[in-house]
Design a protein around this ligand. Structure first.
Ligand SMILES: Cc1cc2nc3c(=O)[nH]c(=O)nc-3n(C[C@H](O)[C@H](O)[C@H](O)COP(=O)(O)OP(=O)(O)OC[C@H]3O[C@@H](n4cnc5c(N)ncnc54)[C@H](O)[C@@H]3O)c2cc1C
Length: 466
């Protein structure tokens, strides 16, 4: 049990609760607030996995709460980002019309946006569009200058930091799952916590916590997973803004779009596929409870009946890169299959592989792009692997100096880009591999043992498990 007593507890560590906690803390600096998050870091779920777009408020019904909230929230978010040096950019958005019917809808969207207080909205004809976004398809577009991008994880962490700097008695506690509560206590995975008031904003579990509080609602969370591709380094210059299709009012999702990210990458997606598990991010993630809960819910049944064709297409697209590409080409016709990367991302993010070896295409010629693909999907580069591979190969051929092999870490995976020729792979692999098991330990992968007759892997003594 945590002995301290808090004035307010806020359950969940995404952007909504941290923003709530921050607003409370600046309004009532003496309030002792505790934020409880079940994962070991903040922004682990939706907040840390979204497209990072600062929405302008273009689509919402004028005067509705959502419209006012979005426009006012955007202004406050951008101000907060500037004051706190959070990675963001007001890069603007292009909504592309592919035919006359969509062109007409653009005019309505412009009026809608203006009623919501957006400034600088402009309808672009084909030649104006070519100037602003030269590779975009479509016959006309709506330019939305106030849309932008931001790093929401960084924003969440900064909000947490600010809360503690205003009141050092407030606390942000991770790895603490709220299991139950009554009028006096929250019962959590780390014991009882006393709080006078509780605020629940627990993302994909909001409905279950509301039910525990005896709140009768006719709503349920039904999980949809978004699949994204990334544009290769070579294709990035084709996208200058956020590029969106005109939303089809008959469908509940926006459709695939191209999003610039604050780390310089460009994401294509998401498609929206029903998932059998809340907070399940892999194609085959499954929870019986979540599945039954959603499939017996009238809202899901209605959604499936009304939009089964749309849903089927989304499913097909989730398994076919070519279909995904076909939709993207309506926004960016010159995009080709080589422009989008997914293989490595799929191995890491979908299949959860801890070690990925790629070979070939590491020379200086135009077609050699595996080092670029590796670098663009990795969070951290490990140049030592490439240097060592070149050192080894130089013993055999002087042209090894032209090779650009590399390695890096994406999430909990080590990706090593080996040379192409089987002989060179054989020469390098045995000398590289001794460092691999310990590297995988360090990124929280499985503990790998080797056959010492073949490869004697090295670990510092403290890391050796008997
Ligand atoms: C694919 C996708 C793309 C999106 N793109 C954008 C975008 O570009 N721009 C935009 O503005 N919005 C976007 N959104 C929406 C946006 O991400 C969400 O609205 C926002 O992140 C919701 O924040 P949250 O704090 O409510 O939820 P979350 O970020 O999911 O946080 C909820 C937290 O509560 C915790 N929690 C749950 N139960 C408990 C418990 N019992 N005890 C303790 N902790 C608990 C969870 O672990 C989680 O960390 C996108 C959403 C998706 C899914």
């Amino acid at each position: 049990m945590i002995k301290e007593k808090f004035d307010v507890s806020i359950v969940g560590g995404g952007i909504v609760r941290l923003a709530t906690a921050y607003k409370l803390q600046i309004t009532f600096p003496k309030l002792k607030i505790v934020v409880l998050e079940k994962e070991d870091s903040l922004a682990f779920h939706q907040t840390g996995r979204n497209s990072g777009v600062i929405h302008s408020g273009l689509y919402y019904k004028p005067n509705s709460f959502r419209a006012k909230n979005c426009v006012e929230g955007r202004k406050q978010l951008v101000k907060f980002a500037i004051e706190n040096k959070i990675d963001h950019e007001i890069c603007g958005k292009i909504v592309l019309a592919k035919d006359e019917k969509e062109s007409e809808r653009l005019k309505k969207l412009k009026i809608n946006g203006e009623q919501n207080g957006l400034i600088g909205l402009r309808i672009l004809n084909k030649s104006q569009l070519n100037e602003v976004e030269p590779y975009a398809g479509g016959i006309s577009a709506l330019y939305v200058p106030e849309s932008g991008i931001i790093n929401y994880k960084q924003t969440t962490e900064k909000l947490a930091e600010k809360i503690i700097s205003i009141n050092s008695n407030s606390k942000i506690i991770c790895s603490c799952k709220v299991l139950d509560f009554d009028n006096s206590f929250l019962y959590t995975s780390i014991g009882k916590i006393s709080s006078k008031n509780n605020i629940f904003c627990s993302g994909l579990f909001s409905d279950r916590l509301a039910k525990k509080d005896n709140l009768i609602t006719n709503m349920k969370i039904v999980g949809f997973r978004g699949d994204y591709f990334k544009l290769t380094k070579e294709a990035k210059h084709k996208v200058k803004h956020l590029i969106y299709p005109v939303p089809n009012p008959e469908f509940p999702f926006l459709g695939v779009h191209l999003t610039r990210m604050t780390d310089g990458n460009i994401e294509c997606g998401p498609n929206a596929v029903y998932t059998f598990k809340r907070e399940g991010y892999k194609k085959y993630s499954f929870s019986l409870k979540d599945m039954l809960d959603s499939l017996f819910f009238i809202g899901t049944i209605r959604l499936f009946i009304n939009h089964w064709k749309f849903g089927l297409n989304e499913y097909k697209r989730s398994f076919s890169k070519r279909l995904f590409l076909r939709d993207l080409q309506t926004l960016l016709p010159s995009l080709n299959i080589e422009d989008i990367e997914k293989a490595i991302v799929d191995f890491v993010d979908v299949m959860g592989c801890s070690l990925i070896l790629t070979t070939g295409g590491t020379g200086p010629s135009k077609r050699d792009v595996t080092p670029e693909a590796t670098i663009s999907v990795c969070d951290k580069i490990l140049p030592g692997f490439g240097e060592q591979m070149r050192n080894i190969s130089l013993k055999y051929v002087p042209t090894a100096i032209l090779s650009r092999q590399t390695a890096g870490i994406r999430s909990n995976s080590l990706v090593i880009n080996l040379p192409g020729a089987p002989k060179s792979i054989d020469e390098t692999l045995y000398e590289l591999f001794p460092a691999v098991p310990y590297c995988i330990d360090l990124i929280n992968g499985p503990y790998i043992t080797t056959d010492k007759k073949l490869i004697n892997s090295f670990r510092p003594r403290h890391a050796v498990r008997e």
